[in-house]
Design a protein around this ligand. Sequence first.
Ligand code: 13P
Length: 335
Amino acid sequence: MSELNNIALQIISDGKGILAADESTGTMSKRLENVGIESSAQNRLSFRETLFTADSMSNCIGGVILYDETINQKSKNKKIPEIISDQGSFPGIKVDTGAKTIAGSEEEKVTEGLDGLRERLKIYSDLGAKFTKWRGVYIISNEYPSKLAIHSNSHALARYAALVQEANMVPIIEPEVLMDGEHSAKECYNKTSDVIKKCFEELILNKVDLTGIILKPNMILAGNKSKKKISGEEVAKLTIECLKKSVPKEVPGIAFLSGGQSEIEATENLHLINKFNTTKFIMTYSYGRALQQGALKHWSKDLKDIEGTQKIFNHRAQMNTLAAQGKWSKEIEKK
Ligand code: 13P
């Protein structure tokens, strides 16, 4: 077993999942302002630290994805990556610098951040990061994602992953097909398959060790404005079929993004995926909003109520960890 495969497995085995706390300052500011909280560096840290010191970190959260600001912050003289490692979880870091409009396109984006990446990876590794994340984002319409968008993002994801492995860290590879729009689940299935297949073509070309990565895809869902919603069982079956056909068998695990699903929906769909999973891939979560929403709402009403906020976060993490083992139920959710 390679060292990278070993780290990847430790992050996602036994129902453990990933806490995506890597919102850029712009995105985090929107999240905080939405609940009436001023987005100061201290407030951003206080909320995140409340999650990182919760009990569920040690038995549910195998890894935390941080943003540059947070990986450089300290609390009570302890570095944030150290607080995470002390909980038995792995600190990770988002290393892309965001999605920018493709030249000549009005809507499609390509993710940037390759320039100087090798040097930045060294700094993050020295700060304690054991894994990294890069997100390529796609919109769906009749003509999108275009061949150009798929080619550009797959190429960037593969060059990113090769550099990350060279620096002895596990790359999380996130090609996200957004759920925004009126498209059907079948369209999401077809377009997600195209995007993932092309991504692996490029990863192989760049000699990335597929046993030392974690794939972070979207689930197969109908668009959020679609009139043809599908059941959780159908989401699970389509998602499994799509991944079975487009992901090479060497990949140890898949950690889904929540992408705008509600907390319960994201948990239930993950549970059903694991219930029906006929592949050897570990299927778990790497949720941002679907792990944090309830806790953030509670915290915003009383910034001093750390215990109450952690209680809500612990419950969400435990529910998702059960879902990652196919052991969740509506009854357990309510307890
Ligand atoms: P969501 O789970 O909120 O979609 O965030 C996951 C993530 O890391 C997006 O890049």
